[in-house]
Design a protein around this ligand. Structure first.
Ligand code: FES
Length: 186
């Protein structure tokens, strides 16, 4: 009987030890899991932070590259300068039978000097498809190279496709200077 009891106690002791070991192991596993979860969540939040920083950086970089390109392709509208007259040249600045393009604000104007010495000015924008006209000394009139349009010395369309005359500008001589002014209707 005593032997059996001792054996039962030994078995019980082994069983207790096994239970203790299992409980201890489980606790360790739980601790490790919890540590792993904590470090994994830390890693996740660090990754999220880095992704955010990278995202902001990429968006900033793309914006920095695209903005100047888009600004160049689509410049902001600038109001048309309100130019009423410009000094084109000195009174003897052009020889007879010649012409030149001058800037009138942002518009091109053709100033011609006739054989007689008289100055005349017209819009230099062809009324056909907006090419810039020029003075032809050989024709002695205004000509558009784009589609062979011809205008006489009063700006009237005389040959080729232009459908309308060129818009005339006023020309006056002030203090030995040739002043070109917008016509009152322009
Ligand atoms: S644009 Fe001048 S003739 Fe066509």
């Amino acid at each position: 009987m005593g032997e059996r009891r001792k054996e039962r106690e030994r078995f019980a002791d082994v069983g207790r030890r096994i239970l203790n070991w299992a409980a201890h192991s489980k606790e360790q596993v739980l601790n490790q899991d919890s540590n792993r979860n904590m470090s994994s969540s830390k890693k996740k939040s660090r990754r999220r932070f880095l992704n955010t920083v990278l995202g902001v950086g990429v968006v900033g970089w793309v914006g920095g590259v695209l903005y100047p390109v888009l600004s160049f392709l689509n410049p902001p509208e600038q109001p048309e300068p309100n130019v009423r007259s410009v000094v084109a040249t000195a009174v003897d600045g052009m020889s007879p039978n010649s012409g030149q393009i001058i800037k009138f604000g942002r518009k091109p104007v053709i100033l011609i000097r006739l054989d007689s010495g008289e100055y005349r000015a017209f819009s230099a924008i062809c009324t056909h498809l907006d090419c810039t006209v020029q003075y032809r000394t050989d024709f002695k009139h205004i000509w558009c190279a784009c589609h062979n349009g011809h205008y006489d010395l009063r700006g009237k369309n005389i040959a080729g496709p232009p459908p309308r005359p060129l818009m005339p500008y006023d020309v006056t001589i002030v203090d030995d200077e040739v002043v070109v002014s917008a016509p009152s209707a322009a």
